[in-house]
Ligand binder design. Structure first.
Ligand SMILES: [Fe+2]
Length: 564
């Protein structure tokens, strides 16, 4: 069965191709059109997905979309169905009128057909749930998804069993944990629905309770089946393009908001810290409800809130579930993948195959020959070192900043060692060097430590054997290592670890291991290969252009080394 999934128009457009249960190709559209967080229709990535597997449009059994426009057109606004703004709305308008006439609930899914093409519009949160569950190693698990909002849901609680996902409960708009977080992203002068991770980084500067904890806790009432926001403080839910997600009542409570690019003061740290604690309390409460209604020992966490690696790092110690899994793309970057898997397990007459997903290398790759041709085209003189990993590891230990381009591009927001910028993790000054020479980004945002898996629990306070393939969890760095890891230790002593195993990425593993032999530190600073405000590089051309636009010292393209 061949299923193409396309997700257009919201935070990040993307495409994914599934063949017989396996995701074989996937990419965000931004990598192709070079517009960061592009929301344009993902036609270039869709066409690449097909081309990469020699598939024609006619070969597809199904096209799926992880959003069903019928669900909320019924509730959101009566005027939408009475006055069509353009003729295309007739497609959903007819469905809505008929559902009302027949007195049916809005259909959870909608299907369209023309010729041989069949397009299925799926429920957004079910696609988040499918991304989490079908990419997990669990036969059975409880599932909790949390985001800003889907069609009407902001939170899905359910159970996955074999190939079946069923819902036990949901929380609906406008009560939203994701938009609660987004409101503070906006209040603190950042871009909501985009910069939440900057707020998470700020929160680590104020770890103890402060004067704002009680005030912000008062905005959320935890209830027996979820939570309710005090909506008088929020202004994101009117759909009227209000200037901010918050009302003046919030500024009366907390003081003036921070201007974008304004100075960050202790007050901003404290507000971010207090808000993150309330977020943790709320999600913990939702986990307990999910457990009461599901009852599994395993939890799958998905939705944009599952990008909060500070919370994810606490999952082991909360003592609610024995084991947990968060996929490489729990946020909206991954719903295209969830939609393809959801449709497959619904329509294919197969048992679910459970494999542990350990990487996200689903994008384009380039042969050595293609790289060589690109170097010739640009008249770039490159070396081809006999022992690449030894040479690069020594360079990094000598202070070089390296662009590292290998194999297939990662899917989602995190580079795991194929499109990475690598540096020495030992000295705090390196962090500033990467920031000023390459990333041009805020000083308070930490870099991730890519760590040889077998050393991880010696260095981080994490359960023995815990794998963190996707940098999805932050753990405290052990006291005796913090001094030795100045560039990757966050202000609260934590690190957003990535555990690297030989069988998943042999070249990256060997590079870190060579660095360990030279320095005694089995870790490299790993950050995505892009400049601030640009998408991660996809092609050798993108990498070369980026290399010559910033302060990187070396560029490694496959087997080739380019030096400035
Ligand atoms: Fe979402």
């Amino acid at each position: 069965m061949k299923i193409l999934s396309v997700y257009p128009f919201t935070h990040l457009s993307s495409s994914a191709l599934l063949i017989d249960g396996e995701i074989v190709a996937a990419s965000a559209e931004e990598r192709f059109n070079r517009e960061k967080m592009s929301t344009k229709f993902p036609i270039q990535s869709a066409q690449w997905c097909l081309k990469s597997q020699n598939i024609q449009w006619d070969d597809l059994d199904l096209i799926v979309v992880p959003w069903n426009p019928v669900i909320n057109i019924n509730d959101a606004s009566g005027r939408w169905v009475n006055e069509m703004r353009w003729r295309g709305e007739m497609i959903t308008n007819v469905a809505v009128h008929l559902m009302r006439a027949i007195d049916e609930e809005p259909a959870n899914e909608m299907e369209m057909r023309w010729g041989n093409t069949r397009v299925l519009y799926l429920n957004h949160h079910e696609c988040h749930a499918a991304n989490g569950f079908y990419l997990s190693p669990f036969e059975k698990a409880d599932i909790l998804t949390i985001d800003g909002h889907g069609e009407v849901d902001t939170c899905f609680m359910g159970v996955g069993d074999g190939k079946v996902i069923s819902k036990t409960h949901q929380i609906t708009y406008p009560h939203s944990v994701g938009l609660f977080y987004g409101t503070f992203t906006d209040y603190l002068g950042f871009k909501p629905d985009s910069d939440e991770w900057k707020v998470m980084a700020l929160s680590s500067f104020a770890v103890g309770q402060n004067q704002y904890d009680a005030k912000i806790r008062g905005l959320i009432k935890l209830t027996s089946d979820g939570f309710e926001l005090d909506l008088t403080f929020f202004d994101y839910y009117t759909f009227d393009r209000r200037p901010h997600f918050y009302t003046p009542k919030l500024t009366n409570l907390l003081g003036p908001p921070r201007e974008p690019n304004g100075e960050i003061t202790q007050r901003h740290f404290e507000i971010a810290g207090a808000m993150q604690r309330v977020f943790v309390e709320t999600v913990t409460h939702l986990l307990k409800i999910t457990k009461q209604r599901g009852g599994s020992d395993n939890i799958v966490l998905s939705g944009g809130a599952a990008m909060n690696c500070v919370f994810n790092g606490l999952l082991d110690s909360l003592d609610i579930y024995k084991d947990s899994c968060i996929s490489y793309s729990p946020d909206d970057s991954g719903v295209a993948i969830g939609a393809a898997l959801l449709a497959y397990y619904r329509y294919a007459k197969v048992k679910r195959t459970i494999t542990e997903v350990r990487h996200n290398f689903l994008g384009p790759s380039f042969s050595d020959e293609e790289v060589s041709q690109t170097l010739c085209k640009f008249k770039i003189i490159a070396e081809k070192p006999e022992s690449l990993t030894e040479v690069i590891a020594q360079g990094i230990a000598d202070g070089k900043l390296v662009g590292w381009f290998q194999g297939a591009m990662e899917f989602g927001h995190r580079s795991l060692g194929n499109r990475s910028i690598l540096a020495d993790p030992r000295f705090e000054s390196i962090k500033d060097k990467v920031n000023s020479a390459v990333k041009y980004r805020e000083h308070f945002r930490p870099f991730a430590p890519a760590t040889l898996s077998e050393y991880a629990d010696d260095i981080f306070e994490m359960p023995k054997g815990r794998k963190v393939y996707f940098m999805e969890r932050a753990y405290p760095i052990r006291e005796n290592w913090r001094e030795r890891l100045g560039a990757v230790t966050h202000v609260d002593g934590s690190g957003r670890v990535q555990t690297v195993e030989k069988k998943d990425n042999i070249l990256f593993y060997e590079l870190i291991d060579e660095f360990r032999k030279i320095t005694g530190v089995p870790i490299l600073l790993n950050t995505s290969f892009n400049l601030n405000g640009e998408p991660i590089v996809m092609t050798p051309e993108n990498a070369i252009r980026t290399f010559y636009s910033c302060g990187l010292d070396w560029l490694v393209l496959g087997p080739y080394l380019i030096k400035k």
